[in-house]
Design a protein around this ligand. Structure first.
Ligand code: DON
Length: 308
């Protein structure tokens, strides 16, 4: 599918139509630093495999990457550990909220998938155990993918997560009690919070994930970021679990591998075409941005992007 040059106009119109939806969501406040963000902001960007980037709204405004960071962590862990990773984390949808604890107890410390919090903390353990400086390695990976050196974790968000991360600590200690966490829990949590606190914008995020739409090869630099098989696997996990317990509805309505974060962003992968990102802080009850959901749904419908 070729994007038309008036895609920018389409994006601007969609963004304008979404204005009334701001009030239907609530900005995340369980991490106090996120509650400071102005909820009346929105942006959308489309990066295509041929190097174009279309956008509308505040597409260069930084937001907190949050759970979308789980994609990058997962790719790094898959590259380091290979198939061994899948003995420690499953690839099934959880049907539970992203920070649920009960399932982890039933399933003996093996997280349902790598994009719920328990799974991402497990992945953080792999990174901490296999890199001498995992936080720097994570940022270096993002800088390589975006070509932007100025990508950092927001220190206020990081601190806020450290101070209010008791539930994530509970998940980590529970997995440790089952022998599924190797490193010391505080170190694992520091890595996890640090990657979640990464600040990025819609244009950068869309460009950073193009390799998932291109069988593992990052266009532009032409680097093989992960194997074709792993790109396929990550997209499969995002299709079934990326939108948490709204993943079924998202597949039904939109039909693209996608991932949301409580910073208000959603990224959707369109194989052989490109990546769509949308951002607006107010969230629905599942933790997915109301406006970003609408923008991506409408665009996928308009351009006929569903994979199904
Ligand atoms: O651990 C947390 O709860 C946050 N740092 C990330 C959660 C998140 O983004 C869930 N996404 N919808």
């Amino acid at each position: 599918m070729k994007p038309s040059t008036d895609l920018t106009t389409t994006l601007q119109q969609m963004l304008a139509q979404c204005q009334p939806l701001y009030t239907q969501g609530k900005v995340a406040d369980y991490i106090p630093a996120l509650a400071q963000v102005d909820g009346r902001q929105a942006a959308v960007a489309v990066a295509t495999l041929d190097g174009q980037v279309f956008s509308a709204g505040a597409a260069e405004q930084n937001f907190s990457l949050q759970s979308i960071s789980k994609i990058f962590g997962l790719v790094m862990a898959m590259n380091r550990l290979g198939d061994e990773l899948w003995q420690r984390v499953n690839m099934e949808p959880s049907g539970q909220p992203f920070n649920s604890i009960v399932q982890l107890e039933w399933e003996k410390g093996i997280p349902r998938n790598p994009v719920i919090n328990a799974g991402a903390i497990l992945v953080a353990d792999v990174l901490v155990s296999h890199y001498s400086a995992s936080k720097t390695a994570f940022l270096t990976f993002l800088r390589r993918l975006t070509g932007v050196e100025a990508i950092y974790a927001d220190p206020l968000v990081y601190q806020s997560e450290l101070e209010h991360g008791n539930r994530n600590a509970a998940l980590a200690y529970l997995m440790k009690s089952f022998g599924n966490i190797e490193a010391e829990v505080p170190q694992v949590l520091e890595h996890y919070f640090h990657q979640c606190a990464t600040a990025i914008n819609c244009k950068q995020l869309a460009q950073s994930l193009l390799f998932l739409a291109n069988r593992g090869v990052q266009p532009g630099c032409n680097e093989q970021i992960c194997s074709r098989r792993d790109a396929h696997r990550v997209n499969a996990i995002l299709s079934t679990s990326g939108m948490y317990d709204q993943s079924g509805e998202f597949a039904f309505k939109v039909g693209l591998p996608a991932k949301s974060g409580v910073g208000g962003a959603i990224v959707a992968i369109v194989p052989q075409f490109g990546v769509i990102t949308a951002w607006s802080p107010p969230l629905n009850r599942f933790g997915n941005s109301v406006v970003a959901m609408q923008l991506i749904s409408q665009l996928a419908e308009e351009l006929g992007l569903s994979l199904f």
